[in-house]
Design a protein around this ligand. Structure first.
Ligand SMILES: [Zn+2]
Length: 377
């Protein structure tokens, strides 16, 4: 049953036609894990706390940064530097102190994923990287735990719900996204832009799907993908079909353990000697190194280091580099935060360039380099 306080807190659910006490008790009994306390995680966390999901876990290893506040609406200026899990749970608790909250302040990886998700009966993936998405998709499928997944990109967003059991629940994540994304598609992660309201809308729709799934109200999403486009203001539902050749859920599966796909993370790990500080970069440039900016054209136009040449990460290929890069000089590569430049250096290595270096921290740590703070340079 509900306590007097709970009955008061959820009174609009209790009087809602087709919902009522029975559905509210299902929410109270539910254990939901939110992966990622960012743009999607914030609205999902706030609405599921408000709705009364009995046990809510949040897993995230990041700290709140000022650039998060454009879309991660549960965090505040006061929380900058604080762990995102703590900041989000604090806000959720302030809306609803009647729930059990579990903070997991680490990154999900192949060593902890199975034990972590086994504690919950619905996993919600609001992360921004493919390595975690594939890992969660595999682990949830193999353990038979439902997975609600969302993604946002620029002016678009999409939602999938993968529920175990039977052909009527349609495809798994790998039926749709079997191939690892290309290097260019990887670039986004933490850096490519997204309209700040998009994760708010997609996250809110994910919270609706979570409540529907837990309570059984309405038509659940499994077997369909919801795609939203803000520029066209359209919402499409695409039916998904299970792929009999899928390596995870197909007739002859080849994936039996959830393993992290290496090299799919935003954080490409370069050898230490290819990661350089701003000081080291300046010394190389003074000695005649070539300077390359690998951000998008709009970012480059808004401001860049004076002597930099421009080649967006996704355009790094043999033809473009042969036309632009010197054969004989070292190349210093930078981007906004030092992530895309690492991917770029790795790509350039593969094209045969050896003396290429990524500036750690990117423009944001280059004195006077952050044009958003310092004005165009
Ligand atoms: Zn599949």
């Amino acid at each position: 049953m509900l306590t007097a306080l709970e009955s008061e807190q959820y009174s609009r659910h209790l009087t809602l036609s087709g919902f009522g006490l029975e559905k509210q008790l299902r929410l109270k009994a539910a254990r939901v894990l939110l992966v990622g306390a960012g743009g999607l995680g914030c609205p999902i966390g706030l609405y599921l706390a408000a709705a009364g999901v009995g046990t809510l876990g949040v897993v995230d290893s990041d700290q709140v940064e000022r650039s998060n506040l454009q879309r991660q609406i549960a965090h505040s200026v006061e929380a900058i530097g604080q762990a995102k899990v703590d900041s989000l749970i604090q806000r959720m608790r302030s809306i609803n102190p009647l729930l059990t909250y579990q903070a997991h302040g680490f990154a999900v990886d192949e060593d902890n994923v199975n034990d972590l998700i086994a504690q919950y009966d619905l996993i919600i993936d609001g992360t921004d990287n493919f390595a975690t998405r594939f890992l969660l998709a595999d682990a949830c499928y193999l353990q038979g735990i439902p997975l609600l997944q969302g993604a946002v990109f620029e002016y678009q967003g999409q939602i999938n719900l993968f529920a175990p059991g039977g052909s009527e629940t349609g495809a798994c994540y790998r039926c749709i996204f079997r191939e690892p994304p290309s290097r260019g598609a990887l670039a986004p992660c933490a850096e490519v832009g997204v309209l700040g309201v998009i994760p708010g809308l997609i996250g809110t729709m994910m919270a609706i799907e979570a409540v529907k799934f837990i309570t059984g109200v309405g038509n659940a999403l499994p077997g369909k993908m919801l795609v939203y486009n803000a520029l066209e203001q359209t919402l499409k539902t695409i039916a998904l079909t299970r792929d009999v050749d899928c390596p995870l859920c197909g007739d002859f599966p080849t994936i039996h353990t959830a393993l992290q796909i290496k090299g799919l993370s935003c954080a490409v790990t370069l050898p230490d000697d290819q990661l350089i500080s701003v000081e080291q970069a300046k010394q190389l440039l003074a000695a005649g190194a070539f300077l390359l900016d690998v951000r998008e054209a709009s970012e480059f136009q808004a401001g860049h280091l004076p002597q930099a040449a421009h080649l967006p990460l996704a355009s790094i290929e043999r033809e473009s580099t042969e036309a632009l890069l010197p054969d004989d000089a070292p190349v210093v590569v930078y981007c906004q935060k030092g992530m895309r430049s690492q991917v770029a250096v790795q790509s350039l290595n593969q094209l045969g360039y050896e003396r290429v270096y990524s500036v750690v921290g990117g423009l944001e740590v280059w004195p006077g380099g952050d044009y958003r703070l310092a004005g165009a340079i």
